[in-house]
Design a protein around this ligand. Structure first.
Ligand code: C2E
Ligand code: CA
Ligand code: CA
Length: 757
C-alpha cells in the first residue's frame, strides 16, 4: 500500500504541508433517505502535494497519528470545516451539519474540549451543527473517553460511531455512551443486496438502532439497489458515491441540487416510504408504551364486563412482577381465576362500583408481600362504560410503618394500662409535669388532675413536712431519695406509697426535674402488720415456753441450795449463787416485759456519734479484759437521730456483747459509721469471731435462739424490735470462722449534704 517513500513522510513534510497550506478538505453529503435532502456533509482531508499531486488520507493519517502531527492537522480540519460551513450559511444555504472525523490521539488531548469550544465561539456556529465521527477503537479506553464524550455532549455537539460493525462493536458502548448515531460500515453496505449475511447484518443494525433510539446512517452506497434496500429497512441517512464522491467545496455547491434529487428519482415512492416509516413509528411507540407500562413502579390493569364477568384485558408494571405475578396470570382472566375466593369477592364489589360509573373507587389490596392502593376509573364511550382502568401504587412501606406504629401504640397502651407503678415528673417546686396513666388505677384520679398541680397537695397532712424536707434535700444534694408516705385516694382513703425520687440534671449540672417512681404499699403494709401480729403471737408462745424453761432451771438450783441450806449451816458461797441466779431471773423478766411492751415514746434527738461513743467507752474496759480491742474508724459527719437513748444503747451493747463472745481468743472489733443514703446512717460492727452458720442465721433474731451458753437468747429479738420501731433496719452478714458484720441503719434527722461529698 505504501506507494510513497518513507523519507517523504517525515515530520518536516507534514509541518511544511501545514505551513504551505497544502491540505484540502473535500465534502461528501449525508442524505436523508426519506426526504432526499442533504442534511449533513462529512469533511474528508486530502494532501495536495506540489509534486506528487493529491495524496489520500489513508496514506498519511496513520503516520500523522503516530508522530503526533494529527493534533495540529485535526485542529486545522475542525477550524476549516467550521469556517466552510459558516461561509455556506452566509451564502444562503439551508443549515447543515458538518461532520468531522476524529482520531484517537486528538480525542485524548487534554484541551480537546476547550479547542472545540473555542472554534464554536470563533465561528459562531451552533454546536448542534457540528458532529464528530469517532471509531470504536477510541471507545476501548472507556474510562478516560466517557468523560470527554460527556463534556462534548454538554457543549451540545453530536457524536457518532464510524465504521460500525468492523471494530470491537461492543453493545455496551451503545447503551452506556451518550452517542447520537451509528454509521454502518461500507463493507456491509456494499454487499447488502448480494450477500444474505451482510443483508442480515445491515437489517439487524438498523433495527437495533431504532430500538435504542439512535439514528443510523449507511456509508458506501454505490447502487440504486442498495439505496432501495436501505430505504425499505428504514435506514435514516445514506452516504456514498451513488449520491456524491467527496468533492471540493466549489463543486459541492454546484452539485447540491442535483444530489438532492437522487433519492426522489431512484428511491422508492415517497408515499410508500412515509407509510413504512409511520408503521415503524407506530410499532415503536406501541412497544414504547408497553415498555413504559411494564417498567412503571406501580401496576396498571384494565377490565371489561363480558357476559356478567369482569375479564382483565391488561395488567403490567413493576409491582405485578415484584409480587411474583406476570401479565399472563391476569390477562384474559377474571378475579376468581387468580385470587382466593374471599379476596376475589371483596374486589368484585369494587369492580362492580366502578362499572356502575362511580368515578374514583379506591381500595387497598395485597399481592404476595406487597400492599398496594388501587384506584379504578370507568372509561365511557357514547355514554356507556366500555372498560375500567385501575392503577396501583405500592404502599408496603407505609403499611409496615403503620403496623409497627400500631404495635408500639398497643405495647404502650398495654404498659400504661397495666402498670401498677406510678411515674411522675416534677419540677423543682414539686409541680407535676407528667403523671402516668397508672395514677387512675392506683389513686382513682385521672393523670390530668395532677398535671400542673403541686405534688404535695395530696400528701397526708402528717407526712407533708417530712416529705417537703426530703424533697428539698434531694434537690440540694442531687442524690436520689427513698421515702414512704400516705397519699390521697379519690375515694377519701389514704394509700401508703413508697417512692424513689431521682433528680435529672440539665447540661449545667443543675436539677431540671425529678422523676418519681412510686408504688402502692398499702397491701404490703397490712400484710406486714398481720405478719407482725401473728409473729408476735408465735413469739409469745415460744417465749412463754422459753421463759418457763429458763426460770425453771435457776429455780431448780435455788431449790437445791435452799434444801442444802436447810440441812447445813449458812454458807456465803451458796447464797452468792442464789443471788446471782435471782439476778438473772430479774433480767429475764425485764427483757420479757420489754418485749411485750409497745412503743415507748421517750425519744429525743441525739448526736449519733456521741451515742455510739458512750456505749463504746463503757464497753472498752470490759473488752480489754477479754483481750479485745475496739477500733472506731474516724467519722466525718455525725447527724442527729431521734431515738430512745436507753433502747438504742441496749442495742449497741447487745451487738458488742455478741461480738466479744464470738471471739474467745480475743481480737479486734471494728466500728464504722457512714451515710447509707441521703437520710440514713449506718453503724457497722465488724468482728473476726467464729461467725454464725447459715442454718442458725435463719433463726438468728428469734427469741431464745442463742449459742451463748449463758445468755437468755432474747437479745437480738429485742434489738430487731427496737430498730424497727425506730424506722431502721438491722442486717447481719456472717461467715463461719471469719467473722460477722452487723449493720444498723437508722433514719437521721439531718440530711446528708452534698458539701460532705
Ligand atoms: P471514513 O471516515 O470511513 O471515510 C469514508 C471513506 O470512504 C472516505 O475515504 C470516502 O472517500 C470513502 N467513500 C465514501 N463513499 C464511498 C463509496 O461509495 N464507495 C467507496 N468505495 N468509498 C467511499 P477517504 O476520503 O479516503 O478517507 C479515508 C479515511 O481517512 C476516512 O475513512 C477517515 O478514517 C480518514 N480521514 C479522512 N479525513 C480525515 C480527517 O480529517 N481526520 C481524520 N482523523 N481522519 C480522516
Ligand atoms: Ca467518517
Ligand atoms: Ca467509515
Amino acid at each position: 500500500m505504501k506507494t510513497i517513500d518513507k523519507d517523504f513522510l517525515f515530520e518536516a513534510n507534514l509541518k511544511k504541508a501545514l505551513e504551505n497550506d497544502e491540505f484540502r478538505l473535500h465534502y461528501q453529503p449525508k442524505v436523508n433517505l426519506v426526504t432526499g435532502r442533504i442534511w449533513a456533509v462529512e469533511a474528508l482531508i486530502r494532501w495536495e502535494h506540489p509534486k506528487k499531486g493529491i495524496i489520500p488520507p489513508l496514506e498519511f493519517i496513520p503516520f500523522a497519528e503516530e508522530s503526533g502531527w494529527i493534533v495540529p492537522i485535526g485542529d486545522w480540519v475542525l477550524r476549516t470545516a467550521c469556517q466552510q460551513l459558516k461561509d455556506w450559511l452566509n451564502e444562503g444555504f439551508h443549515p447543515m451539519v458538518m461532520a468531522v472525523n476524529l482520531s484517537a490521539s486528538q480525542f485524548y488531548q487534554p484541551d480537546f474540549v476547550k479547542t472545540v469550544q473555542s472554534v464554536i465561539e470563533e465561528t459562531g456556529i451552533p454546536p448542534e451543527y457540528i458532529e464528530f465521527e469517532i471509531t470504536e477503537s477510541i471507545m476501548l479506553n472507556s474510562e478516560s473517553v466517557l468523560p470527554v464524550i460527556r463534556d462534548l455532549k454538554q457543549i451540545g455537539v453530536r457524536i457518532g460511531l464510524d465504521d460500525f460493525g468492523t471494530g470491537f462493536c461492543s453493545l455496551y458502548y451503545l447503551k452506556e455512551f451518550p452517542i447520537d448515531f451509528i454509521k454502518i460500515d461500507q463493507s456491509f453496505v456494499q454487499n447488502c443486496t448480494t450477500d444474505s449475511k451482510d443483508e442480515t447484518i445491515v437489517k439487524a443494525i438498523i433495527a437495533m438502532s431504532h430500538q435504542l433510539k439512535l439514528e443510523v446512517i449507511a456509508e458506501g452506497i454505490e447502487t440504486k439497489e442498495q439505496l432501495i434496500f436501505l430505504q425499505q429497512h428504514l435506514c435514516n441517512t445514506g452516504q456514498g458515491y451513488f449520491f456524491s464522491k467527496p468533492i471540493p467545496s466549489q463543486e459541492f455547491v454546484q452539485q447540491f441540487n442535483e444530489i438532492e434529487r437522487i433519492v426522489f428519482q431512484n428511491g422508492i415512492p415517497q408515499e410508500f416510504n412515509r407509510q413504512k416509516w409511520l408503521e415503524e413509528e407506530l410499532e415503536l411507540s406501541r412497544q414504547n408504551l408497553k415498555d413504559t407500562i411494564r417498567k412503571q413502579q406501580g401496576m396498571i390493569f384494565k377490565f371489561v364486563k363480558q357476559n356478567g364477568k369482569f375479564i382483565h384485558t391488561l395488567c403490567d408494571g413493576e409491582l405485578l412482577y415484584q409480587a411474583g405475578g406476570t401479565p399472563e396470570h391476569v390477562v384474559g382472566k377474571e378475579l376468581h381465576d387468580f385470587l382466593p375466593e374471599k379476596d376475589a369477592n371483596n374486589k368484585l364489589h369494587y369492580y362492580e362500583r366502578a362499572w356502575e360509573v362511580e368515578e374514583n373507587v379506591i381500595y387497598e389490596g395485597k399481592l404476595g408481600d406487597i400492599w398496594y392502593l388501587a384506584s379504578l376509573r370507568p372509561i365511557r364511550r357514547g355514554g356507556q362504560v366500555v372498560e375500567v382502568i385501575g392503577s396501583c401504587v405500592d404502599i408496603t412501606q407505609r403499611k409496615v410503618l403503620e403496623e409497627s406504629l400500631k404495635l408500639s401504640e398497643y405495647k404502650y397502651r398495654l404498659i400504661a394500662e397495666n402498670m401498677q407503678d406510678l411515674i411522675g415528673v416534677l419540677d423543682t417546686n414539686g409541680i407535676i409535669q407528667y403523671a402516668s396513666p397508672s395514677h387512675k388505677t392506683v389513686l382513682g384520679f385521672s393523670p390530668y388532675v395532677y398535671e400542673g398541680n403541686s405534688a404535695f397537695e395530696q400528701v397526708h397532712p402528717e407526712d407533708i413536712a417530712y416529705i417537703k424536707k426530703q424533697y428539698e434535700n434531694m434537690i440540694k444534694t442531687k442524690t436520689s431519695c427513698y421515702v414512704e408516705f400516705r397519699y390521697r385516694h379519690d375515694n377519701g382513703d389514704w394509700v401508703d406509697l413508697e417512692a424513689l425520687g431521682t433528680p435529672v440534671l440539665d447540661k449545667q449540672g443543675e436539677v431540671e426535674h425529678i422523676v418519681l417512681v412510686a408504688r402502692d404499699i398499702s397491701k404490703r403494709k397490712k400484710a406486714e402488720e398481720l405478719l407482725l401480729r401473728s409473729e408476735k403471737r408465735s413469739v409469745l408462745g415460744r417465749l412463754a415456753k422459753g421463759v418457763a424453761h429458763e426460770i425453771r432451771n435457776p429455780l431448780t438450783s435455788i431449790k437445791g441450795f435452799v434444801q442444802l441450806l436447810q440441812e447445813e449451816e449458812i454458807h456465803t458461797f451458796y447464797t452468792d449463787i442464789i443471788m446471782a441466779e435471782i439476778h438473772r431471773l430479774e433480767e429475764i423478766v425485764e427483757d420479757f416485759l420489754f418485749l411485750a411492751k409497745t412503743e415507748d415514746n421517750q425519744r429525743k434527738d441525739v448526736d449519733s456519734k456521741n451515742l455510739l461513743d458512750e456505749v463504746v467507752q463503757l464497753y472498752k474496759l470490759k473488752a480489754i479484759l477479754k483481750n479485745i480491742e475496739i477500733v472506731q474508724e474516724p467519722v466525718l459527719d455525725s447527724p442527729l437521730i431521734n431515738c430512745d437513748v436507753n433502747q438504742m444503747k441496749h442495742v449497741f451493747m447487745n451487738i458488742l456483747q455478741n461480738s466479744v463472745e464470738a471471739m474467745p481468743e480475743g481480737g479486734i472489733i471494728t466500728i464504722k459509721m457512714f451515710w447509707k443514703d441521703s437520710n440514713h446512717i449506718t453503724f457497722r460492727f465488724i468482728d473476726r469471731g467464729n461467725g454464725i452458720t447459715e442454718d442458725r442465721m435463719k433463726h438468728i433474731a428469734e427469741p431464745f435462739y442463742s449459742n451463748k451458753e449463758k445468755g437468755t437468747g432474747l437479745g437480738l429479738t429485742i434489738c430487731q424490735k427496737i430498730i424497727h420501731e425506730h424506722g431502721g433496719t438491722m442486717v447481719i452478714k456472717s461467715k463461719v470462722n471469719q467473722g460477722t458484720i452487723v449493720d444498723i441503719n437508722l433514719p437521721t434527722k439531718q440530711l446528708y449534704l452534698i458539701e460532705n461529698n
